[in-house]
Design a protein. Structure first.
Lengths: 81, 226
């Protein structure tokens, strides 16, 4: 078994109004040093033992479904589970 | 002309779309459930609005994995008319049938009101009944209608006249006020506003009906010998 931790973030060129709103709130409660907030997604995908190459199938899943590469970037870590 | 209205779990404008075709336009229409694998016998496909699969992961991402999408891609590749409205537009971009993506509205609000659109291109199978530059009143109802694409894609949309509708007063932050775009082949249109909700004066306006009469007119000219 493998546990795959996938981090999905908006590309830098994409505005993140949600992040901006959160930044505003943080400033309001006294964290004026916050320069930027970007909100993304975190997925944990557990993969059963397989003959297929886990790295390859994770990349495929990210490109086909888990992310939209027009607007998002992703990175992942594979751990023993 | 026979239309298909695709239905996914969470579609909620499918009935309005069906009504617009059957009762306002007077053409044949059938619902097609997402698990179906064929669109044989249909002349046009309508992908309705709503919240397919609860917008899980991203709007349209789950719907794009449905069985019917393989048939829809073949249907579109054959040059037949495909219209995606609201969530339908999001599904078409996820499927790669239209370029770009729909982001969260810039003001983070769900916008639900009637807006003024400019018909930027009336030389399409979806807009031939509108005048060039005509302004029309069509309702919007979306939280993620902020159209985005990269600069290269935008340049090609502009060069090929693929921007079909723009907002007169941008409600969601979309690039270049884009409300609707067509593919390069000219047979797949995606738009955030809802023409099916503006198909009879009794509901406040009928400016959307001409979009459907445009499709039928073009189809008749191609397929019916008078």
């Amino acid at each position: 078994m493998k546990k795959v931790k996938i981090y999905v973030t908006l590309k830098e060129s994409i505005l993140d109004p949600q992040g901006s709103a959160v930044k505003g709130s943080l400033e309001k409660i006294g964290y004026g040093e916050v320069a930027d907030v970007r909100i993304g997604k975190y997925l944990e995908v557990t993969i059963a033992d397989t003959d297929r190459d886990v790295d390859t199938i994770v990349k495929e899943m990210c490109e086909k479904v888990l992310t939209n590469t027009v607007i998002e970037n992703y990175r992942y870590e594979i751990e023993e589970a | 002309m026979k239309f298909a209205v695709l239905v996914f779990p969470g579609s909620n404008c499918d009935v309005d779309m069906y009504h617009a075709i059957k009762d306002e336009l007077g053409e044949e229409v059938e619902y097609v459930w997402h698990s179906e694998t064929s669109l044989d016998g249909f002349d046009g496909v309508l992908v309705p609005g709503g919240f397919s699969y609860g917008d899980y992961l991203r709007c349209g991402a789950m719907a794009n994995q449905s069985n019917i999408m393989t048939a829809l891609k073949e249907f579109a590749a054959a040059g037949k008319p495909v219209l995606g409205v609201c969530n339908g537009f999001q599904i078409l971009t996820e499927a790669g049938l239209l370029p770009g993506a729909l982001l969260r509205n810039k003001n983070l609000k769900f916008m639900c009101r009637t807006v003024t659109l400019n018909v930027e291109n009336n030389n399409t199978l979806f807009t031939n009944q509108y005048a060039a530059g005509e302004q029309i009143e069509i309702p919007i109802a979306h939280g993620e209608g902020n159209y985005y694409c990269d600069e290269e894609t935008l340049a090609s949309l502009q060069a090929n006249n693929q921007i079909v509708f723009t907002y007169d007063n941008n409600p969601n932050g979309s690039l270049q006020n884009i409300a609707g775009i067509i593919n390069e082949q000219g047979n797949v249109l995606g738009m955030m506003p809802h023409p099916e909700r503006a198909a009879n004066e009794i509901v406040g306006g009928a400016d959307g009906l001409k979009l459907f009469t445009s499709i039928v007119k073009q189809w008749r000219e191609q397929h019916v010998n008078n």
